[in-house]
Design a protein around this ligand. Sequence first.
Ligand code: IMP
Length: 204
Amino acid sequence: MRQIVLATRNGYKISELRTILGDLIGELDLEIVGMGEFPDIPDVVETGVTFAENATLKAVAAAQATGLPALADDSGLSVDVLGGAPGVFSARWAGTRGQDRANLELLLGQLCDVPDEQRAAAFVCAAALALPDGTVVVREGRMPGMLAREPRGDNGFGYDPILVVDGDSRTSAELSFEEKNAISHRGKAFRALAADLREVFADR
Ligand code: IMP
């Protein structure tokens, strides 16, 4: 079995990635481990100003510190009328990291005068693969939609209750786990990286 590390201590993200890469894990005999297996390695400060920069920072640091191929992602909500914000600041838009409800309420307030047809937004994810030899590949995925005026739905996290998914009348928080994985920004970015993983591991 070949180990690959996902640069996160979030167990939810590790199981999500195992689901997204399902078939490939069996095909390449991969074992995905998280940074929880390496408690002495410090977390990386996300100093990048783009999703790709932050995903690269995290993947490169994890590959160097563990000596394993490493995957990392960085994601957020990008709102057209805000020029792409909250973007890399999505998790801390209301000031403190991790306050999902405060973040989305602040955003809804900021956009209260914006008409329905101008409320386009997308979840964006950059997924990076870094090898201990310094090779880095980054792929991006987007999940487009329109911002609602009120939160709806109990699934997911973050801004899920306010993004009405393109081609659907439901918000992202009204989709099942499987429905969201099939169209999500993270699903698309990591499925795109699957081709790179296959290439890297094919000749090892
Ligand atoms: P990170 O990828 O954990 O850094 O996520 C950054 C932030 O972006 C999260 O805290 C959420 O606020 C937002 N975000 C990223 N992906 C999603 C999603 O799938 N649904 C809702 N919010 C998301």
